[in-house]
Design a protein around this ligand. Structure first.
Ligand SMILES: Cc1ncc(COP(=O)(O)O)c(C=O)c1O
Length: 343
């Protein structure tokens, strides 16, 4: 009954087997390995973007922070949702790697920025003249921190506001696979066709050992990213182990299969919770993350039964929980949890 996060799960057997295979013999270092050539081809095919630049890093935080550093000057404003991971959970890495750009928080229900609020925030920054940070970039998250999913149209609407002001768009896709499965969109539709310039493409939360790709749709920015990654100390010398994970992840649609399973387990949990009047879901369940609220007594009962999840403080005497299903969550895990909840 582990629902703390999708990174509490191990790595999928296919990923581990690929890492073990890559361990044979010798390979070029620092991203010049033959497997990386394959990864680049796979991602270019997947995104229908033959010129895209592709880089691998080990964490979502550095994927986001280096992507933003590529898109905004140090005096820039990066517009993102109030609860964006870059704002709340990255210890200032985006500010650090951008050499001091400022995150400007934009409100919106269910984890999604309101396009009107984004427009207003950009205009406010513009109006500050030399005294304020200058509009630099927009960062969207999909799946959102509320567990909701932006449709392609919603990404496009936010990107349109950004583009109207000449701003580039970053997409934090730590759970990009879950978002694609939920919407049925293609990778291209959800990104460059909707106006996304740089994508953090997650792997770790969805069954990899530890790898994220940065996909840059304007190849002119490739060399700068290469230098930024090295300067940040994030160019792996034994890079083949990152490439091996990513190539296995993309092979035969494994990444979508794993995400479809995680989303299905999220839906199974949601169906079970819907039958229990004492468990209110705070946000609609659209992928693999749920935010139910229940009493302190229920928390205690679940804890005693061995259920693992993060409690979230919630207003009005209710306690919020965050439950995350993953590629390795079983139907039995979900059913045991629901049984413990029923008491
Ligand atoms: C939406 C989102 N973006 C980025 C990250 C960062 O990933 P990492 O913990 O690998 O730095 C996370 C991890 O929780 C996340 O949920």
């Amino acid at each position: 009954m582990w629902f703390t996060s999708d990174n509490a799960s191990g790595a999928a057997p296919e990923i581990m087997a690929a890492v073990a295979r890559a361990n044979d013999g010798y390979a070029r270092s620092y991203g010049a390995d033959a497997l990386m050539d394959k990864v680049r081809d796979q991602l270019r095919d997947l995104f229908e973007a033959p010129e895209a630049a592709v880089f691998l890093v080990t964490t979502g935080t550095v994927a986001n922070a280096l992507s933003l550093a590529l898109l905004t000057p140090p005096w820039g404003a990066v517009f993102c949702h109030t609860h964006a991971h870059i704002a709340e959970d990255e210890c200032g890495a985006p500010e650090f790697y951008t050499s001091g750009a400022k995150l400007v928080l934009v409100g919106g229900a269910q984890g999604r920025m309101e396009p009107e609020a984004l427009e207003a925030a950009i205009l406010r920054a513009r109006g500050a003249g030399v005294h304020g940070v200058q509009p630099g970039a927009v960062s969207i998250t999909n799946v959102t921190e509320a567990g909701t999913v932006h449709s392609v149209a919603e990404v496009a609407a936010l990107a349109a506001v950004a583009k109207a002001h000449g701003l580039p768009v970053h997409l934090d896709g730590a759970r990009f696979a879950n978002a694609l499965v939920a919407t049925g969109a293609t990778a291209a539709e959800m990104t460059w066709k909707a106006g996304v310039d740089v994508l953090s493409f997650g792997g770790t939360k969805n069954g990899c050992l530890g790898v994220e790709a940065v996909v840059i749709f304007d190849p002119a920015k490739a060399w700068e990213f290469e230098l930024r990654r090295k300067r940040a100390g994030h160019l792996m010398s034994k890079h083949r182990y990152l490439s091996a994970q990513m190539t296995a992840y993309l092979e035969d649609g494994l990444w979508l299969k794993l995400a479809a399973h995680a989303n299905a387990m999220g839906a199974r949990l949601a169906r079970g919770l819907a039958q229990m009047p004492e468990a209110d879901l705070v946000h609609p369940v659209e992928a693999n993350i749920l935010f139910p609220e229940w009493s302190e007594g229920t928390h205690a009962r679940l804890e005693a039964a061995g259920a693992m999840y993060y409690p979230y403080p919630a207003p009005m005497g209710r306690e919020r929980a965050r439950l995350v299903a993953s590629w390795s969550t079983t139907e039995a895990d979900v059913d045991s949890f629901l049984a413990a909840l029923r008491g």
